[in-house]
Write a protein that binds this ligand. Structure first.
Ligand SMILES: Cc1cc2nc3c(=O)[nH]c(=O)nc-3n(C[C@H](O)[C@H](O)[C@H](O)COP(=O)(O)OP(=O)(O)OC[C@H]3O[C@@H](n4cnc5c(N)ncnc54)[C@H](O)[C@@H]3O)c2cc1C
Length: 400
């Protein structure tokens, strides 16, 4: 059984048992650093959200020995298509555009993020130095010179925990970020993103393993989730539609978009408002932010959790470096600076361009997009560059 050392006061406290909080906790536990995860909910959240993991995140999952279980439960995706709402295939590419030594991971991994969180939780709990408390909400953080006081509300009432280096991985509405007084500047996009999990045989209708339906009204994102026949079908609804009417409108949307006008009963249904927002810093003295607590982005192209998992790995490594040498405080600064730069310079503009193209209303721009996609598909070097482009999300390593 793996074991960690250290006293309780050295323990790193992580707010949030989402995928990001659990992965940063796992990096720390594997390095022998005691860690306590406080999760407000009573269990891992099951809502349909991220399912796509790009090669740089697959590398993190592999390093943490999570990849075998995830690949077993999920799907290794190799094919993409861009389609029109009436079923025309505009362009398609696949991982055969990659060369033998391009990457150890010539695929995207698909699996619901709740399964990732469950697999990471099971791995974390193998470490005696790791503890996860569900039903414990962080309600405040206050910094002193040598520690942070964390206010926690649990089943037995209010408590206070002192921790030297707490991490806020408590999602887009982060209480930790708010307790720091940080703003969350950016955009809330007007339209609804309606995420559904459905069972439909898309492949017999010529779909790839990941599909983008480009249309100003009937846009959709259609990736295969796993090998059980489950697909994520995320489509748009206009901004002014009331949330409570969205479920009743779903059959009409399926009829308009599924081949043959099929109507299916979704296994899961969740409407979202999506945002592009970023905290002014990912570090406030002793408190660090990671994942959606630090930045959020629209989900087109699957870059939100991708950025979060890369944050988790980088922050875990920075904390291990700092633990090795207290003088290495620069590792935490590097984490905060570099991950924020990657979000602002790479993740947010890429995701926002993906979103624009998906639902572009200008016919001239739509035609230009189609021409660019056809050129991409016709040029193996361009397709290869696109498949390798998520390497830019990794950033430069900090002090070790
Ligand atoms: C429809 C949709 C599809 C998406 N698809 C993709 C995709 O394919 N690829 C991708 O990379 N990203 C995708 N994303 C984005 C992705 O879901 C998020 O980036 C991801 O969930 C962030 O993980 P996290 O751990 O930072 O936050 P969360 O998953 O939100 O986890 C935060 C946790 O903190 C807990 N918590 C909250 N407040 C407190 C508190 N005060 N105290 C203690 N605990 C607290 C919450 O209960 C939760 O368990 C998608 C998002 C949506 C909506």
């Amino acid at each position: 059984m793996p074991r960690g050392g250290g006293t309780m006061t050295e323990r790193v406290v992580v707010a949030g048992a989402g995928p990001v909080g659990l992965i940063v906790a796992l990096v720390l536990a594997r390095a022998g650093i005691p860690v306590l995860v406080l999760e407000a909910a009573s269990a891992i959240a099951q809502a349909p959200r991220a399912i796509v993991y790009h090669p740089p995140t697959v590398e993190v999952l592999d390093r943490l020995d999570l990849l075998p279980a995830m690949a077993e439960a999920g799907l290794l995706k190799h094919t993409y298509q861009w389609r029109s709402a009436d079923g025309e295939i505009i362009a398609g590419i696949d991982s055969s555009a990659l060369q033998a030594d391009d990457t150890k991971y010539p695929f995207n991994l698909h699996l619901g993020q709740h399964r990732l969180a469950e697999i990471a939780l099971a791995a974390l709990l193998r470490y005696d130095a790791a503890e996860v408390r569900f039903g414990h909400r962080v309600t405040g953080v206050a910094q002193t010179a040598d520690a942070v006081r964390i206010a926690v509300r649990g089943p037995n009432g209010d408590d206070e925990i002192r921790a030297p280096w707490p991490i806020g991985a408590d999602g887009a509405s982060s209480g930790v970020r708010q307790a720091l007084g940080f703003s969350f500047e950016g955009t809330t996009w007007p339209e609804w993103f309606v995420a559904t999990d459905i069972r439909f045989d898309f492949e017999s209708h010529g779909f790839a393993e990941a599909n983008f339906i480009l249309d100003p009204v009937h846009w959709a994102i259609v990736p295969k989730i796993d090998r059980s026949g489950l697909w994520r079908f995320t489509y748009g609804e206009p901004p002014d539609v009331a949330r409570e009417t969205l479920r009743a409108r779903a059959p009409a949307k399926f009829r308009a978009l599924l081949p043959g006008g099929a109507v299916v009963e979704p296994d899961a249904f969740a409407p979202y408002r999506v945002h592009t927002r970023c905290a002014p810093s990912f570090r406030a003295n002793r408190v660090l932010l990671a994942g959606d607590a630090a930045h959020v982005v629209n989900p087109v192209g699957g870059l939100g959790l991708t950025g979060g998992i890369l944050d988790a790995a980088a922050l875990g490594d920075a904390m291990v470096a700092r633990r090795r040498s207290a003088a290495n405080d620069g590792a935490l600064d590097h984490y905060a600076r570099e991950r924020r730069r990657i979000f602002l310079d790479v993740i947010a503009p890429t995701a926002d361009e993906n979103k624009r193209r998906l639902m572009e209303t200008d016919p001239v721009k739509r035609e230009q997009d189609r021409a660019r996609l056809r050129a991409l598909a016709a040029d193996p070097a361009a397709a290869r560059a696109m498949l390798l482009s998520t390497q830019r999300l990794v950033g430069t390593p900090g002090p070790v």
